[in-house]
Ligand binder design. Structure first.
Ligand code: AMP
Ligand code: ZN
Length: 488
């Protein structure tokens, strides 16, 4: 079985060859923890969770690193005063690290809710300032960076003069970049507008600041990922992932930093997950076109007609390939809910299927398994994989109706394959039965038993039921219409 991965760098599906056989080093850009993650962010992290689970299931030993961006960096327009952390600290009247802690906790809670596995290493930018300063020094020593007025910039034109190719990932050429760059950041400091900051001098208003050989400042955003990925995965590693929007400039700059530092491309396979849209527009905090994960799960929003369980959201996301745009809508969620319920129903039914070793089945299990794994290894094609799961679902219902047959061996095989694909690889979870409903039914049974005890004049037992429930905080109230209960 050969795993094929679409490499954004080559623009082609390539056969995956890890650097060290059987092992995978994977780095995924993490969140900027200055506010709550929106559902769009969740889609990207979920795409890579599915990829991580798939690689592990296929037998690779994966070291999965996903960082936390917690050091203030510049926004796209390059204005230091627009630093998202600085803005948020003012707004919430909190210390920068309080903001970081608050939203890191929220991020973890949200991902746990959607059953994402934690990465093996989750390094923070503020925990790797020393490494970032060292990298900056190395880039200056190698002639790829220069200091200017307390800031340090990467010299993009020098990089190209040496035959390296800035723009290779985003397929932009240097002239194009020159024409399109607005020189707001580092005006008068940069040699060329394309140059990007490795280290920025901190203005008096900037709270997050560190000492460096160039005075007090803070690192550039692109540098943290180079520092942390090389520290934990090596100068060249297997897979680097992130959302499509990070291709340029973030990942382009990472390639340049890596090549300039180590004379080698930092990443063998670049993977980019596509965007979640709502109302056919990219979900984003800045435009206001977004929904928070919790709002979808609790139903507290104006967009969806009802709440949706996190597993259904997960299922909906996986019904689209990670490289396709997914437009989330009420209809899409309702359709996913229907599909999810049918899939889970089939899994329940499967447990009561009786095998028959006499009759021949028309369902070729081996062939079906091959097709499912072909989809998984074809650039992690989750929608095709799910379509194959539904072929199995059809077969299971036919088995249940006695219209199909299965041998003992195949039944075991089908069960374990489906369990692995549905729960381990897709990471779906069954929806627990409603606990409140269960409690209500249990109490009704106890009330009925108490009534029977009273009828047969067994007052000792009927009082015992009432008192024991009261001790648990459940009060029984006898009225004209029968007995009800109150939870205290
Ligand atoms: P940020 O915290 O802004 O760095 O974003 C975290 C991750 O979410 C990045 O990988 C982004 O590419 C990704 N992202 C942002 N918006 C969307 C969206 N609408 N759909 C999918 N991924 C997104
Ligand atoms: Zn990054």
């Amino acid at each position: 079985m050969q795993l094929k991965i679409y490499n954004s760098l080559s623009g082609e599906k390539e056969i995956f060859k890890p650097i060290l056989e059987g092992n995978v080093g994977m780095y995924v850009c993490g969140p900027t923890v200055y506010s709550n993650v929106h559902l769009g962010n969740v889609r990207t992290f979920l795409s890579f969770d599915f990829i991580y689970r798939s690689l592990t299931h296929l037998g690779y030993k994966v070291r999965y690193v996903r960082n936390i961006t917690d050091a203030g960096h510049l926004t796209d327009d390059g204005d230091v005063n627009n630093d998202r952390f600085v803005k948020q600290t003012r707004l919430e009247k909190l210390e920068p690290m309080e903001i970081v802690q608050k939203y890191t906790v929220d991020f973890h809670k949200v991902l746990e809710m959607f059953n994402l596995l934690p990465p093996n290493i989750e390094p923070t930018a503020t925990g790797h300032i020393v490494e970032q300063i060292e990298l900056t020094q190395k880039l200056i020593e190698r002639g790829f960076a220069y200091e200017s007025n307390g800031s340090v910039y990467f010299d993009v034109l020098e990089y190209n003069r040496r035959g390296l190719n800035y723009g290779e990932l985003s397929k932009r050429n240097i002239e194009e970049l020159f024409a399109n760059t607005r020189d707001l950041d580092g005006q008068g400091e940069k040699k060329n507008p394309q140059d990007f900051a490795l280290w920025k001098k901190a203005s008096p208003a900037h709270i997050m600041r560190w000492n460096s050989p160039w005075g007090e400042g803070f690192p550039g955003w692109h540098l943290e990922c180079t520092a942390m990925s090389t520290k934990y995965l090596g100068e060249t590693f297997d897979i680097h992932g992130g959302g499509m929007d990070l291709k340029f400039p973030h990942h382009e700059c990472e390639i340049a930093q890596g090549k300039a530092c180590n004379d080698a491309a930092p990443v063998n396979y670049w993977m980019h997950a596509n965007m979640l849209t709502m109302n056919s527009q990219r979900m984003s905090k800045s435009t206001g076109n977004y929904i928070l994960p919790m709002q979808l799960v609790t139903g507290e929003n104006d967009f969806f007609e009802k709440p949706f369980h996190p597993s259904i959201v997960r299922f909906c996301f996986l019904q689209a390939h990670y490289r396709s745009v997914l437009d989330i809508s009420n209809d899409a969620m309702l359709a996913s809910e229907k599909g999810f319920i049918r899939l889970m129903e089939a899994m329940k039914v499967l447990h009561s299927v009786t095998p028959n070793d006499e009759k021949q089945s028309s369902f070729n299990l081996e062939e079906w398994k091959n097709k499912a794994y072909d989809a998984l290894t074809d650039d992690f094609n989750s929608p095709v994989l799910i379509a194959h799961l539904f072929e199995a679902v059809k077969y299971i219902f036919a088995l249940n109706d006695g219209k199909e047959t299965i041998s003992t061996k195949d039944l075991e095989d089908l069960k374990s394959t489906l369990n692995a694909l549905i729960f381990d690889v897709l990471g779906l979870q069954t929806i627990e039965e409603n606990n409140n409903e269960k409690l209500d039914q249990t109490l009704k049974v106890l009330i009925e038993l108490r009534n029977q005890a009273r009828k047969s004049k067994n007052f000792e037992l009927s009082d015992q039921i009432r008192d024991r429930l009261l001790a648990e905080g459940i009060e029984l109230k006898d009225g004209r219409d029968g007995t009800t209960y109150v939870l205290n």
